[in-house]
Design a protein around this ligand. Structure first.
Ligand code: ZN
Length: 284
């Protein structure tokens, strides 16, 4: 597409943070997400009835803009043939935007690689050297892996014109599974907020940041029960959330769904991704 001369160049960053309960998020100290919400919107997001409260199905919906009855990801183990019919929003953007550079970086290997239900993002992407789920202390390994993901993403955001990205942090989900949803879980969410802060700092420091219009979306996939665990239909498990800021995004938006992200990704660049289950932000 051709941008009007002088118009800010659109850019998109979507950050996924796995398994962050909405009530815990609100109680946690998250200054970077608070600023994002103040600039735009923060809303609880109900995991759609067509998705289970599992990571694979919901992240596949974030990637593709369709629910599990279409993309076929029903759990975390199987990579279904149907998913290949639905390119992720980054692949769709590359197909429409000449020479667009996109990025996926993730600490949960099925997001970006041939692991279990993955790749959930057809673009694939960068993974740390060590899969935290293979380590003896998964929570600690996820903390380290998320730091590696943040460092990789910040370096690329600083050095390249990455116009659209998906960056994934998994520590809170692994912490809750292995150690429950107490104070340590809250601290793992606060560390992810700090990682979001590093990404936003890398964006602000970009050489041409004044000539760019950034849309930033931060989203979780599901909550957790008190002892850690998800997959059921309790309110804590079904209640996810999304924070977003950027052109056209503000408190007038009353409802958001996971499938909307892929459609909004197109809208950011003036594109209409048709035939998906989501709608642009503010259209519900
Ligand atoms: Zn998850």
């Amino acid at each position: 597409m051709t941008m009007r001369a002088g118009a800010p160049a659109p850019h998109l960053l979507v950050v996924g943070i796995d398994g962050v309960r909405y009530d815990t998020l609100l109680a946690a100290q998250t200054p970077h997400l608070d600023l994002l919400a103040a600039d735009g919107v923060l809303l609880p997001v109900e995991v759609h009835a067509r998705n289970s409260t599992m990571s694979g199905p919901v992240w596949a919906t974030v990637a593709t803009g369709v629910y599990s009855d279409r993309h076929g990801v029903l759990g975390n183990d199987v990579h279904p043939a149907e998913l290949r019919e639905y390119p992720d929003f980054l692949e769709r953007l590359r197909a429409e935007l000449d020479d667009a550079t996109t990025m996926v970086a993730a600490s949960w290997f099925p997001i970006a690689g041939d692991h279990h239900c993955g790749p959930l993002f057809s673009s694939r992407g960068w993974l740390p050297d060590v899969d935290p789920e293979t380590q003896p202390d998964v929570a600690a390994a996820s903390d380290a892996a998320d730091d590696d993901v943040a460092a990789y993403a910040c370096a690329r955001l600083g050095q390249e014109d990455v116009v659209a990205s998906f960056v994934y942090f998994g520590e809170p989900d692994e912490f809750a599974h292995h150690k429950g949803t107490g104070a340590g879980y809250t601290a793992s969410i606060e560390r992810c907020d700090a990682r979001v802060g590093r990404l936003l700092e890398a964006i602000s420091a970009r050489a041409n940041s004044g000539g760019e219009a950034w849309t930033v979306v931060v989203v979780t996939d599901h909550g957790h029960v008190d002892n850690g665990g998800h997959g059921g239909d309790s309110t804590h498990e079904r209640t996810a959330w999304m924070a977003a800021a950027g052109p056209g995004i503000g408190p007038h938006i009353g409802r958001l769904c996971h499938a909307d992200i892929a459609v909004q990704a197109g809208k950011v660049f003036g594109l209409d991704f048709e035939g998906l289950d989501g709608v642009p932000f503010g259209h519900r």
